[in-house]
Design a protein around this ligand. Structure first.
Ligand SMILES: Nc1ncnc2c1ncn2[C@@H]1O[C@H](COP(=O)(O)OP(=O)(O)OP(=O)(O)O)[C@@H](O)[C@H]1O
Length: 661
């Protein structure tokens, strides 16, 4: 058994701890003003609570906070018309560091509270010593018969208490600013600080007789009392010179934590920096930061707006925030609300949803990649642009269950329109709907395109054969396709320029033997012809008869899905641009008249010549090379050498053809 030798209290020497509080507790000097104004707001709120409880009968109708700058004296003062303090209260709350009156006060007046009290820790006041060599308090308590008191302290642990000539209830805090903190005597600087930190505080704050803060904290109001214009105006106020947002969600919960806020979906710029937050974090209407990466999930970064929560611990380090349970739950709540709202919009106004998809899509996909819970919520409302015309099928596709979302409301900006196409008239579908529609033709197989322009031939070929193609062409889609494949392992995704689907090929043709001496089929002959003409051993010539006659192209360069992805992956790892692989497939469409003519041309030459190459054999060779280059163009641009060759050959061919005519 251990013997206890001694028990006792640990002592803290104020002389030692005081400089630490002054210097290290807050990193930014300027926040002293936020702290003093918050105390003044608290004092005014407290007085109105006391009045409501019937303990004060004086006038509380015009509360205000006045900031005065005196360059001659080098002082800044913050004067409020609040509750004031008696000498005893000053001794209790000011002289004792880290002792706040908030808890005591709230337990007494909780029934009369309409606004929360900001201060909690009993430390804020001391932040004034970061910038002041002397701090003075003049205060008169609201209590009847109270006498005004003056408190003064020069930043040591010594203070002085004396009488004051203050005649109105409330408190004035006067700071004598240190030599290198004189910037706080400049009205422009103070105005900017009030705008930043105190703009939404519920009491007018005056500087030189003029009210500087002005804006109503819209997020504190009931969503049902607000119009679209209110939300838009507020957005324009927060983010001047920006395009109007697409949509917004009003967060409003008291339990199990307090979160209010309005989150807006902006129109995303393609170069949006998803690592930078633009959401402003407030605590009881006091601005804290616009850098709230820890509080909101990473994928919500592109959103804008305001989050206000008194439940987010603010005076702690950022790494702690990330691990804080309440913060995590708040983050989850916000993500869930955003997903709920998207679902609600999808269900109630699919047209608007589709029209906003260009901007919303990246965000929703990014969220799905990053957050399993979010993904589960939005998987049924992830849509893709399709080549199918869904005009007739609209309406029955939007059946998604949505939980009713408490007090939150979801609004959209523009009015309804009839058809669920986007501004360019394109149709959209979910993966589920796509698979269901096409299950008889190609079960569990998805054809997609990543570039509408360069893959136009391939897309057309699919379309002409009635195959539906989805566009996965935003920058996030490369990752997203792989992600979808992992998620739905039974579904095969093939890009339109990978292997051609059986439905596009006529298997019957070409198998017939056309040369009994060699047992060669027509396909064999075409393969040989191209192999010789191109002389590229790494290009795999694949003759196939495409359905669709002349609408299908004479040749196509195909990149098998697996090869292409390996290529993309290694480019990503090595941080290099994707190079077009030397090994690829040249599909030659044996059903195309050009290819048939080409074969005849080359065969004619065999009969004509005994040795060496005849003019028509040469022509056939040039045409093979030209056909290959044209097919290659859909996959990649030419380099300088390739371009010269192509142009020269084109001219040579045209010359030869015109000679023949
Ligand atoms: N202008 C004021 N009017 C009346 N009382 C005040 C005023 N300023 C400060 N006080 C009293 O001093 C106490 C301590 O203030 P301080 O700013 O140090 O802490 P706080 O506001 O309670 O908490 P926090 O550290 O979160 O700001 C307050 O709780 C309040 O009782």
């Amino acid at each position: 058994m251990t013997t206890i030798l001694e028990q006792g209290n640990i002592n803290i020497h104020t002389e030692n701890i005081f400089p630490i509080i002054k210097k290290w507790l807050y990193s930014d000097h300027e926040i002293f003003l936020r702290e003093l104004v918050s105390n003044a707001v608290d004092a005014i709120q407290k007085l109105s609570m006391v009045a409501r409880a019937g303990d004060f009968s004086g006038d509380i109708t015009n509360p205000e906070i006045e900031i005065t700058l005196d360059k001659d004296k080098g002082t800044l003062s913050v004067c409020d018309t609040g509750i004031g303090m008696t000498a005893d209260e000053i001794k209790k709350y000011i002289n004792q560091v880290a002792f706040s009156s908030a808890e005591e006060f709230i337990s007494k007046y909780k029934d009369n509270a309409d606004q929360p009290i900001i201060g909690h820790f009993g430390l804020g006041f001391y932040s004034s010593f970061m910038v002041a060599s002397r701090v003075e308090i003049d205060s008169l308590s609201y209590q009847e018969g109270a006498t005004a008191v003056h408190w003064s302290c020069d930043g040591t642990t010594q203070f002085e208490l004396s009488d004051s000539d203050r005649s109105q209830h409330g408190t004035t805090i006067t700071l004598t600013l240190m030599e290198d903190e004189k910037e706080y005597l400049e009205p422009a600087r103070i105005r900017q600080l009030i705008k930043t930190y105190c703009d939404f505080m519920p009491v007018p704050i005056k500087l030189d007789g003029e009210v500087v803060n002005q804006h109503e904290a819209l997020w504190k109001k009931s969503p049902s009392s607000l119009s679209d214009d209110d939300y838009l105006e507020f957005y324009r106020y927060l983010y001047p010179f920006q395009e109007d947002p697409l949509l917004w969600v009003h967060l409003n919960t008291d339990y199990p934590f307090v979160v209010n806020g309005i989150l807006y979906f902006p129109k995303l710029q393609p170069d949006i920096d998803v690592t930078k937050s633009h959401i402003k974090l407030f605590c009881n209407q006091v601005f804290v930061t616009d850098n709230c990466e820890e509080v909101i999930p990473r994928f919500l970064m592109p959103l804008r707006g305001v989050i206000d929560s008194s439940d987010i611990p603010l005076n702690v380090s950022r790494s702690f925030l990330q691990n804080d349970r309440t913060v995590r739950r708040i983050a989850d709540y916000i993500a869930r609300k955003v997903a709920d709202s998207l679902k609600q919009l999808y269900r109630s106004d699919r047209k608007q949803y589709v029209r906003s998809w260009q901007d919303l899509g990246t965000f929703v996909k990014f969220g799905s990649l990053n957050d399993e819970k979010f993904k589960q919520q939005v998987e049924d409302i992830l849509i893709f642009r399709t080549t199918a015309n869904l005009s007739q099928a609209q309406g029955d596709s939007a059946k998604v269950e949505v939980e009713s979302g408490g007090d939150d409301v979801w609004q959209e900006v523009s009015a309804n329109e009839e058809s669920a196409t986007d501004q360019r008239g394109y149709h959209y579908t979910t993966l589920k709907e796509y698979l269901e529609r096409n299950k008889d033709r190609h079960e569990n197989r998805v054809f997609y395109a990543t570039d509408e322009v360069s893959q136009a031939t391939y897309i057309e070929l699919h379309k002409s054969q009635g195959l539906e193609v989805l566009f996965m062409d935003s920058f996030i889609d490369t990752h997203f396709v792989s992600f979808l494949e992992r998620e739905y392992s039974d579904i095969k995704f093939s890009r339109v320029d990978a292997d051609l689907d059986d439905t596009l090929v006529d298997r019957e043709q070409d198998s017939e033997i056309v040369d009994p001496t060699t047992n060669k089929t027509r396909a064999d002959q075409i393969k040989e012809l191209f192999e010789q003409a191109l002389n590229k051993p790494k290009v795999n010539i694949k003759p196939q008869a495409l359905k669709g006659d002349a609408t299908a192209p004479p040749a196509m360069v195909l990149l098998p899905e697996a090869t292409r992805r390996m290529q993309e992956m290694s480019a990503l790892i090595q941080q290099k641009a994707i190079e077009f692989p030397e090994e690829h497939v040249l599909m030659v469409n044996t059903a195309h008249p050009l290819i048939q003519n080409l074969l005849n041309l080359s065969q004619g030459s065999i009969i004509q010549t005994g040795g060496g190459s005849s003019p028509s054999a040469e022509l056939a060779q040039l045409i093979c090379q030209q056909v290959y280059d044209l097919a290659l163009m859909a996959q990649k641009g030419f380099d300088a050498e390739g371009m010269t060759t192509f142009v020269d050959r084109s001219n040579q061919l045209l010359t030869q053809l015109t000679e023949k005519v």
